[in-house]
Design a protein around this ligand. Structure first.
Ligand code: SF4
Length: 439
């Protein structure tokens, strides 16, 4: 009988795509992938350094894993494993810790699966993690996260990602297209392009060889993929040519997620972001001029050191006036080995929480206003497989979340529907529909 492996992923889309690829390495080595609760022989936990209480979460998952399979071999990979390998090695029950350069050699490192009295650690300095390893996720077959870029050469003062993932590096356009074709052939309808700093795509062996825009143009020609979504792009890298191309593209959808982080120029400079807020306004205006229906999501951090009440109000008003559709609000928390963690003007925890709450309320208001602006339109929805209490969800091209009664025939299908009203839980309901679009 084949050995069984189960995965647990914390963190971002990149981690999800990498867990899937590690899963394929196990399949090729003859393992069966099973649910976490299905008494696996091996657990792989892919960690994140951005996650709040990463250490506690990791400990908890290991504990749960060993309750299910007391003799299972437990391996920890991911950003947190790169940053704090020894700390993780101390967690009771962990057998192996793999750093950023080693995680894709997991099969070579796993030998006899016997539990170790003390975890073995394979963790080179992150400067050694300079090879690009392609990855893409497979979830419910509706949407795939395709990793095209890794690492980051920026040095935002709050961020540990460059320490955990190394410098910016990318796949070749040729290889991305090859993978996109494979994904298309498997019946997946939407690709979400992912990377740590996606707009910086094109660096190989420390040299710039391509631009993100070249990749966008090439991917637009891939037959068989209905939608391509850009997961997140820095405002200073979202050029006019990219916006103009997406506006007329066959496959790129009208949805951008653009990190802002603060609406105060003072805080942006303390964060060492590479733009001022005027540039952000300019990007939003350009997008809306060419695509008035475009969905725009914003990352914002509250409680950064030095953020006074006035600075926060500045950010609040800035966002309130900005024509964007939703916010992803992060509460600042100190990370070891970052410049921000040593800065003066620490904002008390309760103030951070209050500011977060205010921006969450603002986000709900923005989302609702955006959804309301879309009511009465007939839009193409891609329905997902997941169903809860007889309800299924899907997304329009411009990221309006719709819900309807579960109908198995709709799973992973594109269908034109009329967006009719907003339900009490905030999703858009549909009451009328046309033919399923068969591709
Ligand atoms: S752009 Fe800044 S926040 Fe984003 S990964 Fe790079 S250093 Fe971190």
């Amino acid at each position: 009988m084949n050995k069984k492996v189960a995965f647990y992923t914390l963190g971002c889309k990149l981690n999800y795509s990498e867990t899937s690829s590690i899963g394929r390495l196990f399949s090729n080595a003859g393992y069966d992938t099973v649910e976490f609760s299905n008494t696996p022989d091996v657990f792989v936990i892919n960690t994140c350094s951005v996650t709040e209480n990463a250490d506690k979460k990791c400990k908890k998952i290991v504990k749960e894993a060993l309750k299910i399979s007391p003799n299972a071999y437990v391996t920890i990979v991911g950003c947190y494993a790169q940053l704090k390998p020894q700390e993780i090695a101390e967690i009771p029950g962990v057998d192996m810790v793999l750093g950023a350069a080693e995680k894709f050699q997991i099969i070579d490192h796993i030998n006899d699966l016997t539990k170790k009295p003390k975890a073995v650690v394979y963790n080179q300095p992150v400067s050694e993690a300079n090879e690009f390893v392609p990855a893409y996720s497979f979830g419910d077959r509706t949407r795939t996260f395709l990793k095209v870029q890794d690492g980051c050469d920026y040095s935002c003062t709050f961020c540990t990602i460059p320490l955990a993932r190394g410098s910016s590096r990318s796949d070749t356009i040729e290889n991305v297209i090859k993978q996109a074709n494979q994904i298309a052939a498997s019946g997946v309808k939407e690709i979400v392009l992912t990377g740590v700093n996606l707009g910086d795509f094109g660096i190989r062996n420390g040299q710039r060889e391509d631009k993100f825009f070249d990749l966008v143009k090439a991917l637009d020609e891939v037959e068989g993929i209905d939608r391509i979504r850009i997961s997140s792009i820095e405002p200073n890298l979202l050029t006019d040519e990219i916006i103009a191309f997406v506006a007329v593209s066959k496959r790129f959808v009208p949805h951008f997620h653009i990190p802002l982080q603060s609406g105060s120029d003072k805080i942006l400079s303390l964060m060492r972001r590479r733009y001022k807020r005027d540039l952000y306004v300019n990007r939003v205006e350009k997008i809306k001029e060419l695509m008035p229906h475009c969905c725009i999501g914003v990352d914002v951090i509250v409680g950064f050191p030095g953020e006074t009440r006035e600075d926060f109000i500045d950010t609040y008003n800035f966002l309130n006036d900005l024509n964007v559709s939703y916010l992803h609000v992060f509460t600042y928390s100190e990370r070891e080995n970052t410049l921000a963690s040593e800065m003066k003007g620490v904002v008390p925890g309760s103030t951070r929480a209050d500011r977060s709450k205010m921006l969450h309320i603002l986000s709900d208001k923005k989302r609702r206003a955006f959804y309301e602006s879309q009511l009465g339109k007939t839009e193409e929805v891609l329905f997902e497989a997941e169903t809860k209490e007889g309800i299924m969800h899907g997304y329009t091209r411009n990221y309006v979340k719709v819900k309807t009664k579960y109908d198995p025939i709709l799973v992973n299908e594109l269908k034109k529907v009329l967006l009719t009203n907003i339900s009490p839980d905030g999703d858009v309901e549909i009451t009328e529909s046309e033919e399923i679009l068969v591709h």
